[in-house]
Design a protein around this ligand. Sequence first.
Ligand code: NAG
Ligand code: NAG
Ligand code: NAG
Ligand code: NAG
Ligand code: NAG
Ligand code: NAG
Length: 343
Amino acid sequence: MGICGYLAVPGKCLVVLGLKLLFLVPAGVPARSGDSVLKDNITVRQGDSAVLKCNVDSKVSRVAWLNRTTILFAGKEKWSLDPRVILMENTAITEYSIKIQNVDVHDEGPYVCSILTNKKPKSTKVHLIVQVPARITNISKDITVNEGSNVNLMCLAVGRPEANIIWNHHSPRGTHKLLTEGEHLELRGITKEQSGSYECIASNDISNPDARTVQVTVNYPPFISKARGTGTPVGQKGVLQCEASAVPRADFEWYKEDRRLFNGLNGVKIENQGKQSMLIFFNVSEEDYGNYTCVAINTMGITNASIILYGPGAMHDVNGGAVLPRISTCLLLTISLIYLLKF
Ligand SMILES: *[C@@H]1O[C@H](CO)[C@@H](O)[C@H](O)[C@H]1NC(C)=O
Ligand SMILES: *[C@@H]1O[C@H](CO)[C@@H](O)[C@H](O)[C@H]1NC(C)=O
Ligand SMILES: *[C@@H]1O[C@H](CO)[C@@H](O)[C@H](O)[C@H]1NC(C)=O
Ligand SMILES: *[C@@H]1O[C@H](CO)[C@@H](O)[C@H](O)[C@H]1NC(C)=O
Ligand SMILES: *[C@@H]1O[C@H](CO)[C@@H](O)[C@H](O)[C@H]1NC(C)=O
Ligand SMILES: *[C@@H]1O[C@H](CO)[C@@H](O)[C@H](O)[C@H]1NC(C)=O
């Protein structure tokens, strides 16, 4: 500490001077020159320990380990202030190895074992490579936008080697699609089909990929997907059904001609369940028959559909109208058959 502190006065530790003082380096010769051997790279994961090995022989008079140009150990004396750097219990006389605990990314780089044998300098260079598993550090927050907007999603990740980022889209319908690679995902003029969760996956083969999702909600005006009336005889319960797809969810209003209908008045009940609204007649009378309008509203817009409440004879509804007579015919046939079989 004392020596290094003294040597480090102008800012940097004056290593060459330090080595000269230790008689490790002949005057004017940098530590790197001489017989330099490049060992294989050492690859460790961030947080693990790295062992830097150096072989020496009995003729060696001086040894030192350097990180770049900074002395870590000179002989048995520790110059580094870093508690993570320790001299190994080098049992064999031909071994002079150090250990770096809890390796971090800034430890990456060249390490040199400098040896002085018969006043001839020699060095072994080891390149420490630090790997970091891919990890997502920041991702866009969940967002709600209106149909047609431009959406930019971001997913930042760290990793060594650099993390590879991909985006997947999972739609509410359950479809799954790989979209693109990279930190940024741009959706221009977003459609309601593009709502759902966007999954960012960062990977670099060091460990399992890291994945996180952003929820994208797309607001759109209502559209009526089902508008159905039934043929109902006088004195029975009648139901008109209206179903609207919308985000945010639609509110419903019911009209007969220009007159708005309210829940509990005029013998009708309005029942809303999720995306569906039902106009229920407790006891259908002759005056109830006619043309009704279901109106679906949300912050994005408004739409309507007409639904007819008709008597058993009149078949207005396309779907119901086709089905009802067939059932009657079928019933008639069955009844006739039963009747015939009795005799
Ligand atoms: C050691 O790592 C360096 C830097 O990453 C690279 O340029 C070199 O090719 C590697 N050498 C070996 C032997 O893997
Ligand atoms: C090696 O040197 C770098 C750059 O000065 C430093 O950030 C790092 O902590 C050093 N590592 C060790 C183990 O001395
Ligand atoms: C994530 O990125 C956003 C936008 O660039 C920034 O405002 C926010 O502070 C970042 N959050 C973190 C935890 O870094
Ligand atoms: C339905 O209305 C008619 C006429 O208003 C009435 O005679 C009949 O009892 C009602 N039926 C029911 C089930 O309330
Ligand atoms: C019901 O009324 C709407 C307008 O309010 C009209 O467009 C539609 O043709 C009518 N349907 C019938 C069957 O009269
Ligand atoms: C239904 O929509 C049409 C045009 O989209 C509009 O002219 C009409 O007034 C609407 N009816 C109701 C009851 O809102």
